[in-house]
Design a protein around this ligand. Structure first.
Ligand code: UD1
Length: 370
């Protein structure tokens, strides 16, 4: 029986951990799973809504660290996590993704000699100005078991000198949540509430510091959105970081004038799935949404200069367009003018099949008994 602490901290973690905990609970003779929430994200719409939508059990441990600079937040997670691990003595700690909580918990465990499994290992943007890239590089150096979502991840890890025994290609666990919740998401009334059911619209998310913490970049993106919104409404659930910057940069009036750019509160998992799955086009700077749109065959424009998820460009529907106004607008119009490919099934990357959580559990058992 393996006792596993499953760590969640920020919004993109919940949909990765939910299917893993569910699988562990199903295999109750093999696993004793615990859920630990660091509290990096704490607003109801950034956290609670996801527990509800994904059927994730209430956390067994809540650290309540909250927001702060990178150093403050990472240190706060480490300080409050260490006594918990010492007390609970897990066989494994499982961390996911690339947020500050991921690295903080991996670092604590590696010093205490507690085994760490990293889900979504091996992804690289090769852009060290991204805080997530630092978190990814370091977490992968520390973890005992590296569970990759795509084979480019395996290659990246090998190139960094990580031995094959630590690497397992298991597929993309976000897609377990996506396929598992598609049917339930049909009960969401979000399209009706927004008055866009049956019509063309785009969905937008924007929260990367490189896009929203610099006024000029943010303004360039807004210029593009203004042009695109002359063709179709853009629904924009606004991340708290982004909401704060709009106010600080004095952009509120400008945004309010753009009537077809519709700012709404952040959405829960099911409502957001319902929103983007019906969109003509998605514009985003998120990592996970590049993957979700690929799995559903929805055209996606990534407003960044690079991606750690190249398979979504090679096989999927993703295009990296950067933050130049003209480039974004051209790419959006090209996507809108292209024939709809609804007759063709999306090209889904290998092992993005809804069964990744089971492979993760198998890998843990195999490693755990070595
Ligand atoms: C974090 C992750 C990022 C992920 C994103 C998803 C890191 C380094 N970054 O970025 O990889 O894509 O989550 O959302 O871990 N805030 C609230 N309520 C909350 C949480 C945050 O109002 O529940 C506000 C706070 O003012 C905070 C700011 O948002 O200072 C940013 O939060 P933080 O957790 O530092 O980073 P994110 O931008 O959310």
């Amino acid at each position: 029986m393996l006792k596993v602490i499953n760590v969640v901290g920020a919004r993109p973690n919940f949909m990765k951990v939910a299917p893993i905990v569910e699988e562990m609970k199903r295999r109750a003779e093999e696993f004793a799973p615990l859920v630990l929430h660091t509290g990096q994200h704490y607003d109801a719409q950034m956290s609670d809504a996801f527990f509800r939508d994904l059927g994730l059990p209430e956390p067994d441990v809540y650290l309540g660290v909250g927001s702060g600079s990178h150093a403050v937040q990472t240190a706060a997670v480490m300080q409050s996590f260490e006594p918990v691990v010492l007390e609970l003595k897990p066989d494994w700690v499982l961390v996911v993704g690339d947020v500050n909580s991921t690295l903080a918990c991996a670092l604590v465990c590696s010093k205490l000699g507690i085994k760490v499994a990293h889900v979504e290992a091996g992804l690289r943007s090769r852009d060290r100005t991204m805080p997530e890239e630092i978190n990814r590089l370091l977490t992968d150096q520390l973890a005992d078991l590296l569970l990759t979502p795509s084979e480019d991840g395996d290659e990246n890890l090998r190139r960094e000198g990580i031995p094959d025994e630590r690497i397992r290609f298991v597929g993309n666990v976000m897609i377990d949540s996506l396929f598992g919740q598609l049917k339930r998401a049909e009960t969401s009334r979000v399209r009706e509430e927004l008055g866009i059911a049956g019509s063309d619209y785009a969905a937008l998310t924007l929260h990367r510091p490189s896009n929203v913490d610099e006024r000029e970049t943010f303004a360039r993106i807004l210029d593009a959105l203004e042009e695109i919104s002359s063709r179709l409404p853009i629904i924009f659930p606004v991340h708290p970081r982004t909401r704060a910057r709009i106010g600080e940069f004095g952009l509120t009036e400008r945004v309010e004038r753009m009537q077809a750019l519709r700012l709404i509160e952040p959405l829960g998992y099911l409502d957001f799935l319902r929103l983007y799955s019906g969109a003509r086009l998605v514009l985003t700077d998120s990592g996970g949404i590049q993957e979700e749109t690929t799995a559903l065959g929805i055209p996606c424009l990534t407003l960044r200069e690079n991606t750690e998820r190249p398979i979504t460009v090679e096989l999927g529907t993703n295009r990296i367009v950067g933050t130049n106004t003209h480039k974004i607008t051209q790419a959006a119009f090209a996507a809108l003018d292209a024939p709809r490919e609804s007759n063709q099934p999306p090209r889904i990357p290998p092992l993005w099949d809804g069964r990744t959580a089971a492979r993760i559990c198998d890998a843990l058992l195999e490693k755990g008994n070595q």
